[in-house]
Design a protein around this ligand. Structure first.
Ligand code: SF4
Length: 368
């Protein structure tokens, strides 16, 4: 019989599992504490549990934290991890340092799917196809695995936490796997587990309108980020195929309704691609589209990869774009993609590993 997986269950659900095994409820709290406060990977590491109980739990239930197969550290402090799941599928997770806090606190960028069905043309993950959704446990497991890895590398006191913010911007479209994402957020948010507040969680979408509606209904206080990346349907259809089904006008309407319903601001992400979406006319159209929403725009000059043909615009074009938005009164932030020297954009590390035919030594850590 398949063992029940505890990672990804609420504390109350773990209590039910303990009760079904004839164990007292407080064992659930002990397990929860070991798992989420000390990031242990096995019942045998829970050293205030009797030895026979650890053995019993190991036989009856599972605790499957993703395995770190490879980690790379960028010159800017960004760390990228290739994680392996129980079925040997691989995903990527990135930890981005927050320099306001001396670089000792990180935002974790988690994946929500293995691969991605959306197929954005500029994205390495989108070009490698879709395999499956992640479970809530596999999403939470990324936070557990990376927190543990950071603590081990920095040899930090086990009581302190490195990860303070979570963004769903890794592999996959989170709104296409929203039930698992919402369950994972409830555990990430729970003080008895990871304890990162909802306002420190961001969900990014390529524009899946039914998911935006469902998220508005959920009452969660998370930040919504929309990957806009174009100002006309003609261009957006080309670079984000989902736009054919959910075109710009409907997307902008759904963003307005989201803001009205939740009272929360949204962030619009705009990747600057040379010769595609970075003209002065694009900047003017963008300003017109977003002004009524009072949204912030994050402009991100494209991080080039040799496997995709898109290019980053030159500095003149980038400056002109920023100047136009600012002149039009739009709140704009120019962001450099972190970790460009370690291929931190989603799907690049996994793609590189596959391309190398897995000749590289798995399990090694490449620190730059
Ligand atoms: S950019 Fe995001 S939504 Fe688009 S293909 Fe890549 S992972 Fe999927």
């Amino acid at each position: 019989m398949e063992k029940t997986e505890l990672l990804g269950l609420s504390l109350e659900e773990v209590e039910q599992v303990m009760a079904a095994l004839g164990l007292p409820r407080f064992r659930a709290r002990q397990i929860y504490h070991w798992l989420y406060k000390h990031q242990v990977h096995s019942f045998y590491q829970m050293n205030n549990l009797p030895k026979e109980l650890r053995h019993f739990l190991d036989k009856k239930v599972a605790l499957t934290v993703p395995r770190v197969m490879k980690a790379r550290v960028s010159r800017d402090g960004t760390r990228k991890f290739l994680l392996e799941l129980a079925d040997k599928k691989r995903i990527e997770t990135v930890a981005i340092p927050q320099f306001r806090t001396d670089g000792k606190k990180f935002t974790i960028c988690v994946s929500s799917q293995v691969g991605c069905p959306v197929g954005c043309r500029f994205c390495a993950t989108g070009q490698s196809g879709f395999e499956r959704d992640l479970t809530a446990g596999e999403i939470v497991g990324q936070v557990v695995a990376v927190e543990r890895e950071l603590k081990q590398r920095e040899k930090q006191n086990l009581g302190e936490r490195y990860l303070t913010n979570v963004v769903f911007m890794g592999m996959g479209e989170p709104l296409l796997n929203l039930d698992a994402v919402l369950k994972a957020i409830s555990i990430i948010n729970d003080d008895r587990a990871i304890g990162i507040g909802q306002r420190h969680v961001t969900i990014s979408t390529a524009g899946f309108i039914p998911g935006i509606r469902q998220l508005a209904e959920s009452g969660l206080q998370v930040t919504l980020a929309i990957s806009l990346h174009a100002t006309t349907d003609e261009v957006r259809n080309r670079i984000i195929p989902m736009n054919r089904r959910y075109p710009l006008e409907s997307l902008m309407e759904s963003i307005s309704s989201y803001i009205e319903k939740t009272g929360r601001r949204v962030t619009l992400e705009y990747l600057l691609l040379d010769g595609v979406n970075s003209s002065a006319q694009d900047a003017e159209r963008l300003a017109k589209m977003v002004r009524p929403l009072l949204a912030n725009i994050n402009l991100i000059p494209y991080n080039e990869t040799d496997r995709l043909h898109y290019r980053r615009p030159d500095q003149y074009t980038i400056n002109r774009f920023v100047a136009c938005l600012t002149r039009e009164g739009v709140n704009v932030t120019l962001r450099e993609e972190m970790g460009s020297d370690i291929e931190a954009a989603c799907g690049q590390l996994k793609g590189r590993m596959a391309a190398a035919g897995r000749k590289q030594e798995i399990g090694s850590v490449d620190s730059k």
